[in-house]
Design a protein around this ligand. Structure first.
Ligand SMILES: C[S@@+](CC[C@H](N)C(=O)[O-])C[C@H]1O[C@@H](n2cnc3c(N)ncnc32)[C@H](O)[C@@H]1O
Length: 254
């Protein structure tokens, strides 16, 4: 089965990342990466039931933290937790992020994969004050160059900088001249560790899939090291095909 068919066989909530929660450890890493300070007005867009607002207020003492999500149940749940902690600098809003007023933001956590939402939000981000930090995970804002990367965490600072090409964008994220198996594996592994579950076997499977996706994209963009398919990439393609009945080789432009 082609990987596209495998992905479409999964529940849509898994593919959309609707219920993926960022762990407290990951949130702290993100806040340190963004250099969150007491002067910041922090927004978490699509906050779900994450502890981002609580942690940013309690541990990073931000001036204000606002979590926005359009899921009423999730917002009711986190609002209750916040009230129990009596954290007056934090608040939640049950709203569609594309319609929300975020004009006072200085740091934004924005982890969406839906391109329609991303496109709308990029126009909103462009209107924000200069120096506003937008943190994304795994990829930068579509069509823009990152200002700082500690993969999988990526920072775009306003005014946003347009990327000349996908190739430039990818090389700036990986901070290398070309992408080989080791680079692809290391970055895929970092991603699994920051968003993965506590189940190591699932993480390993995710790392293998992401390694192949990174390497194949690099190859198609002409930034893989060398002309041949590296042996470990061939082996993992073979393992996926033989043991999981998932094919990825057709994704390569020939
Ligand atoms: C990791 S985020 C992003 C998921 C989103 N479907 C995507 O990948 O583009 C998941 C959270 O965003 C929330 N969410 C999805 N669309 C939203 C919207 N338009 N406005 C506010 N929250 C949204 C969901 O309720 C969920 O808690």
């Amino acid at each position: 089965m082609k990987i596209e068919d495998y992905l479409s066989s999964l529940p849509s909530s898994i593919i959309s990342g609707e219920d993926v929660e960022l762990s407290d450890k990951t949130l702290r890493e993100i806040f340190r990466f963004a250099g969150l300070t007491t002067n910041d007005v922090f927004y978490h867009l699509g906050c779900g039931s994450d502890n981002s607002v609580m942690i940013s207020v309690q541990e990073f003492m931000v001036k204000k933290a606002i979590g926005i999500d359009n899921n009423k149940d999730k917002i009711t749940h986190v609002q209750k937790l916040l009230e129990e902690k009596h954290l007056s600098n934090g608040s939640f809003r049950c709203e569609d992020v594309t319609l929300s007023d975020i004009s006072d933001a200085t740091v934004i956590l924005f982890w969406f994969s839906d391109e329609r939402i991303i496109e709308k939000m990029i126009s909103k981000f462009e209107d924000l004050r200069s120096g506003c930090k937008i943190i994304t995970i795994w990829g930068p804002l579509i069509g823009h160059m990152p200002d700082k990367v500690d993969f999988p965490y990526i920072l775009n600072v306003t005014p946003l900088k347009k990327a000349n090409s996908l190739r430039d964008q990818m090389l700036s994220i990986f901070n290398t001249d070309c992408i080989d198996f080791a680079v692809a594996w290391e970055f895929a592994d970092r991603y699994s560790k920051s968003i993965g579950s506590k189940n190591l076997e699932n993480d390993r499977f995710l790392t293998i899939l992401q390694t192949l996706v990174i390497w194949i994209n690099a190859k198609n963009l002409g930034i893989a090291c060398g002309d041949d398919i590296p042996d470990p990439i061939k082996s993992y393609m073979g393992i996926l095909k033989t043991f999981f009945n998932i094919e990825v080789e057709h994704l390569l432009d020939h």
